[in-house]
Design a protein. Structure first.
Length: 165
């Protein structure tokens, strides 16, 4: 479980492309995530095209890391698959976290760019990728080989833990 305590958000990448087998493993990790009623309300867009990465880097004020990435994954909520739509964002969140952890395991850097729940950001991503109507962009995960690596800070705060005996 060390990967949990090593993962950091990486926003700068070198130019080395991510191998197809590593990208597939990231997606396998995403789809291994728990899902309410096993609804799996997700679709994933994998973007390698530099012009699209540049465009996606403008979809949110915080999407700058996508411009440096060699690959981005855009997890989308598929409304036609959501048996429990109110849990779709939770399901996509677990899938995103699995991608981040698998990226760390593979020696890749990753940064989760929040798109949901801001409708304007989802619409911007949808327009760039020409998403079908039933799909809503949930996030952009920028990926690449890290240009540098920093240690994770210890975020544990005992004052936020309330044990009931």
């Amino acid at each position: 479980m060390d990967v949990i305590f090593q993962r950091t958000s990486v926003r700068h990448y070198d130019a080395k492309p991510i191998e197809p087998e590593k990208a597939e493993q990231l997606l396998r990790a995403a789809m291994a995530a728990p899902s309410a009623m096993n609804q799996q309300p997700w679709e994933f867009y994998v973007i390698r095209r530099p012009t699209l990465l540049q465009e996606l880097g403008t979809a949110s004020p915080y999407a700058g890391p996508v411009k440096e990435a060699t690959l981005a994954i855009v997890p989308c909520i598929d409304g036609s698959r959501a048996k429990l739509p109110e849990y779709a964002a939770v399901d996509l969140s677990t899938a995103c976290e699995n991608i981040l952890l698998e990226a760390e395991q593979q020696g890749l850097g990753a940064c989760w760019i929040g798109i949901a729940p801001v409708p304007e950001r989802a619409a911007a991503v949808g327009k760039i990728l020409h998403l079908p109507e039933q799909l809503t962009a949930f996030a952009i995960i920028a990926l690449g080989y890290p240009a540098s690596k920093k240690p994770q800070s210890d975020r544990y705060d005992a004052a936020r833990v309330h044990e009931i005996k």
